[in-house]
Design a protein around this ligand. Structure first.
Ligand code: CA
Length: 414
């Protein structure tokens, strides 16, 4: 039998970012059954109802999708992940499945996407050398841009999982305390320095035991896939509060994620060697495999492309992040999310935050509509999309995370 590559009965052209090489998972409802959440798989401009398809064609795994979220499937582990991906590929490419599957496809524009999984713990790293260097130059102009530990471990902090929201959720400008320029007494009010950070998030499926580090070599056994993250940041609140313990309220008001989780299996062709390998590292961070990823980001502000950060330049790989996250024996839970930190490349057109693009407000970013931004304004919309290197030169789409800034609530008691 001759297999025609990707010539699905769906008629999706080879190399389509939502083709058979992609197959990301999400959670959706539609107008017909708005109260019934289902697990969906994006294919072309449609969504396959996997909750229903599994009941019909793969009953042994149907329980993994019955809740309408990815939670049970994440916990099911790598053999289940491979089994379902192989089944999806067959259903969507082989003609004899068409009759059984076609009525379970719904137009993507008609569905509402939800947070795809229950977020357990949330950690944010700081793995871009260019971003860390830029931040160092901005905030410590007279010192070394990188702290002495930076090239020895992936720096991170624990964030707030309960305020992670799905793409499309409005983001309210936070109020907080900060030290206005040239003052010695802090004030309270809406943040005047609201920013975005374009990041890649890693979704943990299989938990680990308390007290047992997870070696980098077991990365693909524990991590299911990736999503896009916008780590909204209030720079004025962040700067005043974070000495000496790091990010707190300047970050915790909202973090947006894309609705689609792309499995690691779709990223096999995107794997590259991270720059940190080959340097002198402690053992648990050395020889951790080529888990750098050739993923190209694009950031749009009010529809205008303002940056194209390349993830391949990230110094630390997610396998190293996982090893570091657990090296003290901290255990993993299903639904843990760890994000890469802002993705910034070496060129100014590749910076992943407005802090860098407008250099802390000193060089406002000009937009094609004639306006300029030092920081985000109310009603601004930030959209971050990405695609990865796929088979035969194709691109594998990661979708988009989008959010619009809405005005702060009237300031409360001072
Ligand atoms: Ca961040």
């Amino acid at each position: 039998m001759t297999m025609v590559r990707a010539a699905s009965w769906l008629g999706i052209p080879d190399g389509h970012p939502r083709g058979l090489a992609s197959l990301p998972y999400g959670s959706f409802t539609d107008h017909a059954q708005p109260a019934r959440r289902r697990v969906g798989v994006a294919i072309g401009d449609r969504v396959l109802d996997l909750s229903a398809a599994a009941e019909r064609l793969l009953p042994g795994r149907a329980a993994d999708f019955a809740s309408g979220t990815l939670d049970a499937f994440l916990a099911a582990g790598s053999s289940a992940w491979a089994q379902v991906r192989a089944a999806l590929t067959a259903w969507l490419s082989q003609d004899h499945y068409r009759e059984a599957v076609e009525d379970l496809l719904v137009p993507a524009h008609g569905v509402t996407m939800h947070l795809p999984f229950t977020v357990a713990d949330y950690v944010d790293f700081y793995a871009s050398e260019q971003h860390a260097t830029n931040v160092g130059r901005i905030f410590r102009p007279d010192g070394e841009p990188l702290t002495p530990n930076w090239r020895h471990l992936p720096i991170g902090y624990h964030g707030r999982s309960g305020t992670i929201v799905v793409s499309g959720t409005p983001v309210r400008r936070p109020c907080g305390q900060f030290l206005p320029e040239g003052r010695s007494q802090p004030g309270y009010g809406p943040s005047a320095r609201l920013d975005f950070e374009a990041e890649l998030g890693f979704v943990v499926g299989v938990p680990s035991a308390l007290g047992e580090p997870v070696p980098a070599a077991r990365f693909a056994e524990h991590v299911f896939g990736v999503c896009l993250v916008n780590d909204w940041s209030a720079r004025d609140i962040q700067r005043w509060e974070s000495a000496p313990l790091g990010p707190f309220l300047g970050k915790s008001f909202a973090t947006s994620v894309s609705p689609w989780v792309l499995p690691l299996a779709a990223l096999e062709h995107a794997r590259v060697r991270p720059p940190s390998l080959g340097t002198d590292l402690v053992s648990y961070l050395a020889d951790t495999g080529d888990w750098g990823l050739d993923i190209q980001f694009e950031i749009r502000l009010n529809g205008h492309v303002v940056s194209r950060p390349p993830f391949a330049t990230m110094y630390w790989s997610p396998a190293q992040m996982l090893a570091h996250l657990t090296v003290n024996g901290a255990s993993l839970r299903t639904g843990d999310l760890f994000a890469s930190g802002t993705v910034s490349g070496p060129d100014p057109g590749q910076y992943g935050s407005l802090l860098e693009l407008a250099w802390a407000g000193r060089r406002p970013l000009a937009l094609p509509d004639g306006t300029a931004r030092a920081w985000l304004e109310d009603c601004d919309e930030v959209a971050i999309s990405a695609s990865a290197a796929g088979p035969d030169g194709a691109r594998v789409g990661l979708g988009e995370v989008r959010g619009q800034v809405v005005p702060a609530l009237a300031p409360g008691p001072r």
